[in-house]
Design a protein around this ligand. Structure first.
Ligand SMILES: Cc1ncc(COP(=O)(O)O)c(C=O)c1O
Ligand SMILES: N[C@@H](CCCC[NH3+])C(=O)O
Length: 420
């Protein structure tokens, strides 16, 4: 169910009319629905809880998708764990009340300091992506007097059929270790004194709308688990990463969590493996929108532009991947639509949030850029000295500012001019 819907001709977030938020907090603004966040996590928990192979499963929300403390705290209270990729994300999840025993640490470039931080916190598992990283973790764990729990992130070399920038499990990817190298690497890990083999991990890519590559990846990983077992190496948990896609167009159909997970869980019956998942986009993507106002309408050469007060620095997915986000008028009007490129004020030709969108709009109108809850604010920058947007959580008729709009003074607070 969508929690962003028209009521009396005005787009609402749950029970709150978006123009009210724009008046009170200004634009651009990220607006999230608490109910949508809760429901998306519940969908995972229901499927896992309803399947024998899902008992004891851990849903580790991929913090990179949206790292606002309020969202992390909400998920932590609902029992989620977290997939982190930096010491910064670790500190965020701890500040948000996460149980460190439910934290997995992914990423190809973990520093010794980040490893120490995670060892001190007592995280669930390090997802190891190379031999040098494994050796370094062994050393750091030795210095801390600890044994570090690890999984190897293995590339099953499956084509996820998604955008090349967000497919990660092919053998040419920088992520993980090659499938054929996994066995010798596990043997190496088993011989290291400060490493404790806990699991196996893979993540094949993001925004997958066809669940079949997940099944293919699982088959390859299970074959590896069997090989490891015959080598005397026991795997306790199986981390299948994230990657389940969402619909970015109102008329698109997204796979249900059940259609993605059930075939995987069916293959895991009687294996005694704890399932770990790292969904990011699926939990937050359609729980947020970017609210923006039209500054100007401008006629170009054979084109019309709607110049808005949000830009690529607020939501860079269209500029980076030519990603599509629906752009809806907050108060739709019945007049004749014209095609507009919806562009921001940033000095880049690639600064657009949508191209050739049929809209019937006037300067001053509000637009909602939909499906912006994942990789929106998390990837925002201050390019062109643009303070990042305010973030608002709506809960029924309650409104909470969960991140203040940045000020320009904050942007240069750490800078220093040279003495005269
Ligand atoms: C290791 C890892 N886990 C989880 C995720 C989350 O992916 P998604 O947001 O597609 O669920 C990513 C990002 O692709 C990732 O790199
Ligand atoms: N940032 C990407 C997804 C990257 C996934 C991280 N491994 C997006 O906006 O779609």
């Amino acid at each position: 169910m969508t929690h962003f819907a028209l009521k009396n001709g005005v787009l609402h977030a749950e029970s709150v009319a978006l123009p009210t938020l724009a008046e009170q907090f200004g634009t651009p603004a990220y607006v999230y629905s608490r109910a949508a966040l809760t429901e998306s996590l519940r969908e995972f928990k229901d499927v896992l809880g309803g399947h024998p192979a899902g008992s004891g499963a851990l849903v580790c929300y991929a913090v990179k998708a949206n790292s606002n403390l309020a969202i992390l705290n909400l998920f932590a209270r609902l029992g989620a764990g977290f997939d982190i990729v930096s010491g910064g994300e670790l500190q965020r999840v701890l500040a948000a009340g996460a149980d460190p025993q439910k934290v997995v640490f992914s990423g190809v470039g973990k520093t010794a300091a980040e490893m120490k931080l995670a060892l001190d916190a007592g995280i669930f598992c390090f997802n190891i992506e190379s031999i040098p990283e494994l050796e370094r973790l062994n050393e750091v764990a030795g210095q801390c007097g600890k044994a570090a729990p690890i999984s190897l992130r293995v590339n099953p070399n499956v084509d996820p059929k998604t955008h090349p920038y967000i497919s990660t499990g092919l053998k040419e990817a920088k992520f993980g270790v090659a499938y054929d190298d996994a066995l010798p690497l596990y043997r190496r890990a088993a011989a290291l004194p400060h490493i404790q083999i806990a699991g196996i991990d893979c993540h094949i890519g993001s925004q997958l709308l066809d669940p079949s590559p997940f099944v293919e990846a699982l088959d390859r990983i299970l074959a590896l688990i069997d090989q490891l077992a015959s080598d005397g190496i026991r795997i306790h948990h199986l981390d299948l990463g994230g990657g389940l896609g969402i619909k970015y167009k109102a008329d698109q159909v997204q796979p249900t969590v059940a259609s993605y997970l059930t075939p995987l869980l069916d293959k895991l019956q009687d294996r005694g493996l704890q399932v770990v998942l790292e969904p990011g986009r699926r939990l937050v993507g359609n729980a947020g929108l970017l609210l923006t106002r039209i500054e100007y309408l401008k006629e170009g050469e054979g084109k019309n532009f709607a110049v808005i007060d949000a830009a690529m620095n607020d939501l860079m997915r269209p500029a980076l991947y030519e990603a599509w986000h629906d752009i809806n008028p907050v108060v739709p009007s019945a007049g004749t639509a014209r095609d507009y490129d919806v562009v921001g004020p940033v000095c880049e030709t690639g600064d657009f949030l949508g191209q050739a969108r049929p809209l019937c709009v006037q300067p001053g109108d509000l637009l909602a850029v939909m499906s912006a809850g994942a990789y929106g604010m998390a990837m925002a920058s201050n390019y062109n000295t643009r303070p990042r947007a305010v973030e608002i959580m709506v809960d029924g008729d309650q409104v909470h500012v969960i991140r203040q709009r940045e000020t320009v003074a904050q942007l240069y607070a750490g800078e220093q001019v040279l003495p005269a």
